[in-house]
Design a binder for this molecule. Sequence first.
Ligand code: PGA
Length: 254
Amino acid sequence: MRRTLVAGNWKLNGSKQDTKDLIEGILGGISEVKNADVAVCPPFVYIPQAAELLASQGASSNISWGAQNCSQYNDGAYTGEVAAPMLKEFGCTYVILGHSERRAIYNETNDDIVQKYIAVQSAGMIPILCVGELLSERESGKTEAVVAEQLDAVLNVTGIEQFKNAVIAYEPVWAIGTGVTATPEQAQDVHAFIRQRLAEKNTAIADKIQILYGGSVKPDNAAELFAKPDIDGGLIGGASLQADSFLGICKAAG
Ligand code: PGA
């Protein structure tokens, strides 16, 4: 039985005060979330603050934290970058990789993403690998081909064993930040496709991996998405910036 994971992707939002308010708000309601794992991914500079607030709750909090990106390099002359071992040092469990905003705005390629994936796992953290199609690709019937290409780009380099310690997030680009959510059936179809593709290499690993859905998840649509057999939680953008809505989604997950 796979556990459900709800991860908040704060993107480029917040301040010290917002981080304090949001983490305290989440901590205030987290005891009602019984069976889901919860994570927050603040901007890099707020990770230490979030970590300190969460760690101060000790074992009473089942909330972990992560980053939204990292360098593929561990050190050196790479101005402006943050390395995976640095994130590990601040207690990060997860690093989101290959988000469509990074692919589209920062021209991240599949080659960059696989190098980052390896760096994150080598540092002892769990990559949350994002895949997903554009609206034009869905409308021209290319959803599975696009998702397969993004997945295979990592799988063919790392091998299936490296999916033991990984999370996948299916995020249709047309659903991110638009208020348009994939229907539970549309999402389930792609999640099942991803799991099947991994199962062709190793059924045990495919059965175990958490596949999250992302794209306009809100408290009122989360439960029916998470009820689908291959949807193991969500990667939440806009709705993760308010404690109430984020907690509402976490409660829908268990
Ligand atoms: P959204 O973003 O929930 O605001 O659509 C999801 C994401 O980009 O991870």
